[in-house]
Design a protein around this ligand. Structure first.
Ligand SMILES: Cc1cc2nc3c(=O)[nH]c(=O)nc-3n(C[C@H](O)[C@H](O)[C@H](O)COP(=O)(O)OP(=O)(O)OC[C@H]3O[C@@H](n4cnc5c(N)ncnc54)[C@H](O)[C@@H]3O)c2cc1C
Length: 499
């Protein structure tokens, strides 16, 4: 064991929360952050996977935050775009960018500003996402369904359900008809559980402030550009995105942390803590050769799933079992590099080859297994080799490790996904140039089952006076990148101020 420096904060996991925590410590203190990371790269769930000149996020990651400090970190590493990107130029778009920004055609470390377009395919028709209450929406839904939807919405305004489940939460905000068309099946697909069996807490945390009324107000007010109002995160129409995907940002942050004296040890998996009197003295991990190494630590900060952390911690039987049984939803991304893509543009926003400007398309066809599709050409043209002639799209599936879907081979999954793509008229199999599968365990922490005992589990972990839990799976909290970063930063500040 290396005892040379005991002013070490040992951070487990190099995702956004772990990197942000290390960044804050290195910027504001003499504490040395050492990160151990299981994967061969940084970025965690927010990483970009690269293959032969192509790049896909684990589910496209929009960068958006109301936190000015987080924003300042993003812009420290990636300066804002100031001139047109290559797809603006080729499509002859008249987008205007900030005056002092950089030219993405000439410089690599640039944060692009992208338009947020998303759609829903339902009944083979396209609806804008978030749903807009417009004549077009009513036309597509049909007069009778629209009438029923309107009635049930007004009913939900007057007769509020007691909010126990996520279903109650959504019906109170959208009415029963719109809920069953646009949310019921999708929720089941994403979470693997019926909304009527999920606690309403999920809705309060993620879509707390979103109501149909606000959605309608948003569509009306957006016509009045002079009225500046703060938008809900789920309704913003622009977002930031690194030229080469989210991993570009995490890579630059990691380089900076190392340059300033921190350490990041990749391919290394947390094993357990060496403790005395409820204090962690050192952290053991398995290195890339499979050998156990030990690092002394003044502070231990975990961003890894509680289910895995608990394996290296002493705990009474019931707490250990509850933690080991915490539920998660796993995720499979199936990417296709294509000669042709069938979804064309039905907006006024110009695009290269007139493809849809959508970043995401939610597939709400009744019989679909696929949940969503991301179109990488619209995230960053710089992530798609020959983007002016080819297309990179990924179909997103949700599964549980070991279930029928997860257990399929990559080849079977590609076959299934491409068949669904043909069925829903997204692209033809004959146009596939390349395809690849990315599997991601623990993509979503689920608020069911033993989650009801989460406070008990956390209280037990908090017995260790120098252990801190941060981030999405570290806290078993369904949060975004910026919230994960804020959490890491706050813990760093707490450590600096209070030791
Ligand atoms: C499909 C999808 C789409 C998303 N879209 C968005 C979006 O558009 N915008 C947004 O802001 N957020 C989005 N998110 C959320 C975002 O990915 C997370 O909020 C963020 O990555 C959480 O960061 P974190 O550091 O808390 O955790 P993670 O990113 O999970 O990082 C934890 C790290 O710990 C490592 N690790 C795990 N176990 C061990 C171990 N035993 N030993 C060592 N290391 C270990 C992991 O490899 C990982 O690198 C999305 C997430 C998903 C799944």
């Amino acid at each position: 064991m290396d005892n040379s420096n005991n002013n070490i904060a040992l951070i487990i996991g190099a995702g956004p929360s772990g990197l942000a925590c290390a960044y804050e410590l290195i910027e504001k203190s003499s504490i040395k952050p050492v990160i151990i990371e299981k994967l061969p790269c940084v970025g965690g769930l927010s990483r970009t996977v690269y293959k032969d000149g192509l790049g896909v996020d684990i589910g496209g990651h929009r960068l958006y935050t109301n936190d000015e400090y987080v924003k300042s970190i993003w812009f420290k590493f990636l300066k804002i775009q100031g001139e047109k990107s290559i797809d603006d130029i080729l499509s002859k778009r008249d987008n205007i960018y900030p005056k002092n920004g950089l030219n993405p055609s000439e410089i690599d470390d640039v944060m692009l500003i992208r338009k947020r377009f998303s759609s829903i395919i339902y009944n083979s028709k396209f609806f804008p996402y978030p749903l807009k209450i417009s004549f077009d929406t009513f036309l597509k839904l049909g007069i009778i369904t629209s009438f029923k939807a309107g009635l049930s919405y007004f009913k939900s305004l007057i007769f509020k359900r007691k909010e126990i489940t996520l279903e109650d939460f959504m019906i109170n905000r959208f009415g029963e008809v719109l809920y069953s068309i646009f949310f019921k099946d999708y929720t089941k697909k994403v979470w693997g559980i019926d909304a009527s069996k999920m606690p309403c807490e999920w809705g309060h945390q993620r879509i707390r402030k979103l109501s149909l009324l606000k959605t309608v107000l948003n569509s009306i007010l957006s016509g009045f550009k002079f009225l500046k109002f703060k938008k809900e995160t789920s309704l913003i129409d622009e977002f930031y995105y690194p030229k080469f995907g989210c991993s570009q940002l995490w890579g630059l942050m990691a380089d900076y942390i190392v340059k300033k004296g921190g350490k990041i040890i990749l391919n290394s998996e947390f094993v357990d803590f060496n403790c005395h009197d409820n204090k962690i003295l050192s952290v053991r991990y398995k290195n890339e050769l499979g050998n156990i190494e030990e690092i002394p630590a003044q502070y231990a900060i975990s961003s890894i799933p509680i289910k895995d952390l608990i394996k290296g911690v002493d705990a009474p039987y019931d707490i250990k079992q509850d933690a080991l049984n915490l539920p998660y939803r796993d995720y499979i991304l199936v990417s296709f590099y294509l000669d042709d893509f069938k979804i064309k543009n039905n907006t006024n926003y110009k695009t290269v080859n007139n493809i849809t400007p959508d970043c995401w398309i939610y597939i709400q066809q009744k019989e679909a297994i696929v949940a969503r599709m991301q179109i990488m050409n619209n995230w960053s043209p710089y992530l798609v080799r020959q983007f002016d002639k080819k297309y990179l799209v990924s179909l997103e599936y949700f599964a549980n490790e070991g279930d029928d879907f997860w257990s399929k081979t990559d080849k079977e999954i590609i076959e299934l996904a491409s068949s669904e793509a043909e069925k829903f008229n997204l692209f033809d199999k004959k146009d596939i140039i390349d395809s690849f599968v990315v599997r991601q365990k623990y993509a979503y922490p689920v608020y069911c089952g033993t989650y009801k005992n989460i406070d008990k589990i956390k209280n037990h972990l908090m017995r260790y006076s120098n252990l801190y839990l941060i981030g999405r799976n570290g806290q078993h909290k369904y949060n975004n990148m910026d919230e994960a970063m804020v959490c890491g930063i706050n813990i760093a500040r707490d450590i600096i101020e209070n030791g």
